[in-house]
Design a protein around this ligand. Sequence first.
Ligand code: SF4
Length: 330
Amino acid sequence: MAKKKKAAPKKKVAVKKSVAPKKKVVAKKKTAAKKSNPEQALMNSLVELIRKTSAEIPDDVQKVILEALAREEKNTTAEYAMNIIQANIELAKKKSQPICQDTGTILFFVECPRNFDQIAFTKICHKAVRKATEVGYLRQNSVDSLTGQNVGMNVGPGHPDIHFHQHAKSTVEIRLMLKGGGCENVGAQYALPYNELGAGRDLAGARKVILDAIQKAQGKGCGPGVLGVCIGGDRGAGYVHSKEQLLRRLDDTNSIKELADLEKEIVTTANTLGIGPMGFGGKTTLLGCKIGVLNRLPASFFVSVSYMCWAYRRLGITLKGDLSIGKWLY
Ligand code: SF4
C-alpha cells in the first residue's frame, strides 16, 4: 500500500513533463503570430494584383473579344487583327508577361471602411509598384512632365493614381486599372451645346458627341475599344467618373433604363461604322459602352469620354483580415 502511495508523485512529474513541450510549442506559435507582418502581406497582395492585372485580361472582356473574333468575316484584315489580339492575350497569360509594352497609367480604386489608414496604404502601394517594376510586371513608364526624364520605378507625383472611397462595409476592396497612353490620348470632353454637331443639352446631344469621339478615335487608340462615359459633373469629376465606368463588368446592365438603352445603341451603331479592329475595317469597332451620370451646374453640360483599348487590364481583390488576398473580383 505504502509503495502505491509513493508512485503518485512520479505520475505527476510525468504529466508535467508531457505538458512542458506542448507549452513550448504554444510559445513558439505565439512568437510566430507576433512576427506575422501585415505590411508584408499587403505588399504581397498588391504585387500579385499588379502581376495578374498586367498579364491577364478579365473573363468578361475576354468573352466579348472572342465573340467579336467569331463575328468577323474570314480571311479579312479585321479577322487577322482580332486573331493577333487573341494570340497576344493567350501568350501573355501563359507566360505571365505584360499584355502590352505600354504599362499605362496605374490607377487604383480603393473601397475602404472607416479608420482605414490611407497614408500607410499609399506608402505600401508605392513600394509594391516599385517592386512590380523591378521584377518586370510593369515597364518603366512614368515620366517627369517638366524634365522629360523617366523616373525609373513608376512612382512620382500622381503616379500611381490612387482613389479612396469610404464604404459602410468592413472589407477593403482594391481595383486596379492599367490604362494605356494611346487610348488615353483619344479620350474627349465636350461642352454642350456643341454646335458643330448640332448636339443639344440632352441625351440625344450626348449620343451625337459620343459617336463623334468614336469617329475621331478611328485608327488610333488600339481598337476595338470600350467607352466609359460620364454625362454631367464638372470637367475634373466628369473624367474621373468616366474612368470609373470602366470598372463595371461588360455584361452588367445600367440601372437607369435610358442609359442602358443608350449604351446598347451606341455599341450597335459604332459597329456599323466600318472602322473595325485597329482601324482596318470590319464589324468590331466597340466592345462595350458604359455610361454614368453626375449632377451638373445649370450653366454647364459636359460629356466626358474615356476610351479603353483592347488591352483592357482591370482586375480587383478583396483583402482578408490579415491583408492577404481574400477573393478576386471580376
Ligand atoms: S493603347 Fe493599349 S494596346 Fe495600344 S499600346 Fe497603349 S496599352 Fe497597348
